[in-house]
Design a protein around this ligand. Structure first.
Ligand SMILES: Nc1nc2c([nH]c(=O)n2[C@@H]2O[C@H](COP(=O)(O)OP(=O)(O)OP(=O)(O)O)[C@@H](O)[C@H]2O)c(=O)[nH]1
Length: 137
């Protein structure tokens, strides 16, 4: 049976520069959405608030995060497993800073991704949404 990992992730975009944010953790060579696992009994939005503060020092409220719904994709790091992600769209035009578990932050053109390893959820599902919403496609 494939394992399902429940995540809360942010599709964070800068509407001024028309770029989308992806991050890489020290533990992985693959770029992906900021966010992480939803803990038992935790609401998806609360999980995302906790993860974004921990990872990039970004504090979100329900006023600046719009739910996009649930998305599934193969996991980035473990073969044969799936992520089930609750995704929130967040417009943010201020600098963000990588906190302890994050090795790198990248603002990318979602319509023309750089030649780097990017998790399936980001590459095939969320970057196309960002590109459309930013008027790039
Ligand atoms: N955060 C995040 N994780 C993703 C994405 N796509 C994807 O396959 N994953 C996978 O989902 C899992 C999430 O783990 P995580 O390490 O981000 O979660 P976490 O912060 O709660 O980790 P922890 O268990 O070390 O506390 C990893 O296996 C990761 O590779 C994505 O876009 N964002």
């Amino acid at each position: 049976m494939p394992k399902i990992i429940r995540l809360a992730t942010g599709l964070i975009v800068d509407p001024v520069t028309r770029r989308a944010l992806i991050v890489r953790k020290h533990s992985s060579p693959i770029f992906m959405q900021a966010g992480g696992k939803i803990e038992a009994g935790e609401a998806a939005f609360a999980a995302l608030q906790r993860e974004l503060t921990e990872e990039i020092g970004l504090n979100i409220t329900s006023d600046n995060a719009t739910p996009l719904g649930q998305f599934t994709a193969p996991t980035a790091n473990e073969t044969g497993h799936q992520v089930l992600a609750e995704v929130f769209y967040i417009e943010h035009s201020e600098p963000v800073t990588a906190q302890s578990e994050i090795a790198e932050i990248l603002w990318v053109d979602p319509a023309s991704l750089p030649d780097i390893a990017i998790a399936p959820l980001s590459r095939y599902q969320l970057m196309p949404i960002a590109a459309r919403r930013l008027g790039l496609k």
